[in-house]
Design a protein around this ligand. Structure first.
Ligand SMILES: C[S@@+](CC[C@H](N)C(=O)[O-])C[C@H]1O[C@@H](n2cnc3c(N)ncnc32)[C@H](O)[C@@H]1O
Length: 273
């Protein structure tokens, strides 16, 4: 009877009210479901870890605090899945046996590195650097040698033209737009002429989800910046046109794809001679 009186959109609320009237508490139900989801997530972590260890041998994941430094959540599930996605891209762009050193700029606690380590050539060619000294110390404690702490302003600790390739997953998306040109100049310096750089950025892929005030400045200026607490959790959004101007004269664009990496836009660039 009640169902017939209540329009479609109000039915769920009405159902909740009926549950309350019957003596059941919807908040308690939601809390119970949340607990079950958390348990399921930690069970998934265990299953995946067992699978990973079966195929790749005993492995350590960084502690939750370091996992949180590279993600929105600290679950192992997130650490594994984001690393699988980024390492697949690194393999697609540079192959399973890169012939020259490749830099993983802003490598964090090794989400990408974890999966690349299965390829012996990558283990000799891979270099990672990050401002997160605890993440780098943790990677070094796991036996990774070619990982270094870097500053949050140039220069990077490498000689001119040292690298034959570069990946930067979700790094410029945490650095203010006013520093992007400076960073492109530095990436240009450490890369050899003609080599490829794969860079992910927040921009058009998230435009429709931006709050109105952020969207207004993004549309007006080509960039927006939202401050957030936590390790490099500020969000820096830039338009395609802004980025093209920022690396003008330094890199040529081989490919630009909106929302290719999760909700992030990607540039595949070639370092100019
Ligand atoms: C979202 S996390 C991504 C980490 C890693 N690229 C990945 O995909 O797992 C962003 C990383 O950028 C690092 N970072 C921020 N600014 C940096 C800078 N100027 N130089 C190097 N790393 C930086 C942070 O410490 C953090 O590890």
């Amino acid at each position: 009877m009640l169902k017939r009186l209540v329009p479609q959109r109000g039915r769920r609320l009405a159902a909740n009210m009926i549950e309350v009237a019957r003596g059941r508490d919807p908040v308690a139900e939601v809390a119970a479901l949340t607990r079950r989801a958390r348990t399921a997530e930690s069970q998934a972590d265990n299953v995946i870890r067992a699978l990973v260890e079966r195929h790749y041998g005993a492995c350590q994941v960084p502690p939750p605090a370091l996992r949180l430094n590279v993600g929105m959540v600290d679950t192992e599930l997130n650490f594994w899945s984001k690393g699988i996605a980024s390492s697949r891209i690194a393999l697609r762009e540079f192959g399973t046996a890169p012939s020259a050193p490749v830099l993983d700029w802003g490598c964090g606690s090794g989400r990408t590195l974890f999966w690349l380590r299965c390829h012996p050539a990558w283990m000799t060619r891979y270099h990672g650097c990050d401002v997160d000294s605890e993440a780098i110390a943790w990677l070094q404690s796991q036996g990774y040698r070619q990982v270094e702490v870097c500053g949050d302003q140039p220069p990077l600790p490498y000689p001119d033209g040292f690298f034959g390739g570069l990946v930067a997953f979700s790094v410029l998306s945490h650095i203010h737009a006013r520093l992007h040109r400076t960073w492109y100049e530095e990436l240009h310096r450490v890369l050899a002429p003609g080599v490829k750089a794969y860079i992910t950025l927040l921009g058009s892929g998230v435009a429709s989800a931006m709050p109105t005030n952020v969207r207004t400045s993004f549309d007006r200026d080509g960039w927006a910046y939202v401050e957030r607490a936590g390790h490099y959790k500020h969000t820096s959004m830039v338009s395609e046109a802004f980025s093209r101007a920022a690396f003008e004269g330094l890199f040529d664009v081989e490919r630009f794809v909106v929302g290719e990496y999760g909700n992030m836009d990607t540039f595949v660039l070639r370092r100019r001679d």
